[in-house]
Each structure stands twice: as structure tokens, then as C-alpha cells.
Write a protein that binds this ligand. Structure first.
Ligand SMILES: Nc1ncnc2c1ncn2[C@@H]1O[C@H](COP(=O)(O)OP(=O)(O)O)[C@@H](O)[C@H]1O
Ligand SMILES: [Mg+2]
Length: 235
């Protein structure tokens, strides 16, 4: 697990808000290892989403470099960036953004259609333990089940990395645990690199490494020597 999937070098990001420059990332350098489960903790406004969006090619740094397998994202054309997001990155957000008029299976299929080496929707739904619900519409599913469909949708593309921005933020405790379990299983079974932003420090126990962000900087990175699988977390 020592190879770097991402190398982030001296990344800064500022947003212009009228007359004011808002610093979102001040000086971030980081290597993300292939196959690792990385948890990002930190208070609201500390730059977590900005960092994740830059890794996913949804946003670009003001300065600094991001390498994905030694390719520099800032050299990509708009078209290459779209291809990058489409084929290499699976996004999971707090809100699931499922199409209400499509079944669980159709939601997953639709996303997989634009990819070349996608897995079958039924297989992706099996990975998140939703085989029995594949013909149900989002309104017939609980929040946690909808989030698992969203994860299946991301995983079906067989991306190298899953970028998850507060995936349990809208879920109750028990459902949130099941969702984390699914992410943990996918990391273990498929070797997918998983990066999860969360407010919940307990989730850090299941990570290989935990990053603490503060004021747009990486405050601390902790290696988790006694990593726990999701089912063994003490909440
Ligand atoms: N699109 C944007 N326009 C202006 N300011 C932004 C934008 N996105 C984020 N920011 C600012 O950048 C800082 C970091 O935001 P963010 O990365 O969303 O933090 P976190 O995810 O840790 O809550 C905050 O001060 C936020 O207000
Ligand atoms: Mg955020």
C-alpha cells in the first residue's frame, strides 16, 4: 500500500468574494496511498471539501500541484478532466441526488452507462447489500438505503478512488454505521482507495490514516496502528 495514488504539493486555494479573498487551503501537501482508507476530520470551514473537490477534479487549486498517478491534473484540458472524473473517481455526497423516477437499479445503470469498464448494476447493488431493493424507487427507500444506492452508483464505475464528503451527515447513527461498513467492505474487497470527510472522530478508528485539518492546513496526520474494521467500532 505504499504507492502514491495522489501527490498534493503546496496546494493553495483562495476564493474571491467581492473585494475579499477567502483562503480555503493555505499550504497543503499530502500523499494518498493506493488502497488506503483515509479519514479527514476538522471543523466546518477548515478546507476539507475544497481539498476533496480538488482531488476529484471538480475544482482547481490557485497554486500548487496535484498529481494522480504521476499525471498532473492542472495540465489536463477540460475534456481530459471530464474523462478523469468519469473514469477514475467515484463521488459520494451527503445528499444522494438519485433520480426519483428511476429504480435503484436504473439509477446505478444510468451512471455506469457512460463508463467503459463498468460492473453490472446488480453486482454493484449486491456489494452494498441492496439486491432485494433493486426495483424500488428512491421514495420507497430509507435515507441509509438511498445512500447505499448512491455508493453503488459510484462503485459501479470501478473507480480507483471513492471521494466521500460527509456521507453519513444526513443519517442517524445506526444507518450511518451500515453505510460506513459498506465503504469499509469495498475498500477491503476491491482495494479501492477511500477518502471520507466526517465530523465524527470515531470513524477515524477505522481508517489507515487520519488527517486533521484546521484553518486550511493539515494540522496533523495520524497513522492508525490499531485500525478497527467498521463492525468493531465502539461508538
Ligand atoms: N465556492 C466558494 N466560494 C467562496 N468561498 C468558499 C467556497 N467554497 C468554500 N469556501 C470557503 O473556503 C473555506 C473552506 O471551505 P470548505 O472547504 O467547504 O470547508 P469544510 O468542508 O471543511 O467545511 C470556508 O471559509 C468557505 O467559506
Ligand atoms: Mg465541507
Amino acid at each position: 500500500m505504499e504507492k502514491a495514488l495522489f501527490k498534493v504539493v503546496d496546494v493553495r486555494k483562495q476564493y474571491q468574494m467581492g473585494e475579499v479573498l477567502v483562503p480555503a487551503l493555505r499550504d497543503v501537501s499530502l500523499e494518498v496511498r493506493e488502497g488506503e482508507f483515509l479519514v479527514v476530520l476538522g471543523p466546518s470551514g477548515s478546507g476539507k471539501s475544497t481539498l476533496l473537490n480538488i482531488l476529484g477534479g471538480l475544482d482547481a487549486p490557485t497554486s500548487g500541484r496535484v498529481l494522480f498517478r504521476d499525471e498532473s491534473l492542472d495540465q489536463y484540458t477540460e475534456h481530459q478532466r471530464t474523462q478523469y472524473r468519469r473514469h477514475h473517481i467515484g463521488f459520494v455526497f451527503q445528499f444522494y441526488n438519485l433520480m426519483p423516477n428511476l429504480t435503484a437499479e436504473e439509477n446505478v445503470e444510468m451512471a455506469a452507462e457512460i463508463c467503459t469498464n463498468a460492473m453490472k448494476a446488480s453486482e454493484a447493488l449486491r456489494l452494498v447489500n441492496l439486491t432485494e431493493r433493486s426495483t424500488h424507487f428512491p421514495s420507497q427507500l430509507s435515507g441509509g438505503e438511498q445512500q447505499r444506492v448512491a455508493i453503488a452508483r459510484a462503485v459501479a464505475k470501478q473507480p480507483e478512488v471513492l471521494l466521500c464528503d460527509e456521507p453519513t451527515g444526513a443519517l442517524d447513527f445506526t444507518t450511518g454505521k451500515i453505510v460506513l461498513q459498506v465503504l469499509d467492505d469495498i475498500n477491503a474487497a476491491m482495494g479501492t482507495t477511500v477518502i471520507v470527510i466526517t465530523h465524527n472522530a470515531v470513524i477515524g478508528d477505522m481508517a489507515h490514516r487520519v488527517i486533521h485539518m484546521k484553518d486550511g492546513c493539515i494540522h496533523e496526520i495520524k497513522e492508525n496502528r490499531e485500525r478497527k474494521r467498521a463492525e468493531h467500532l465502539e461508538w
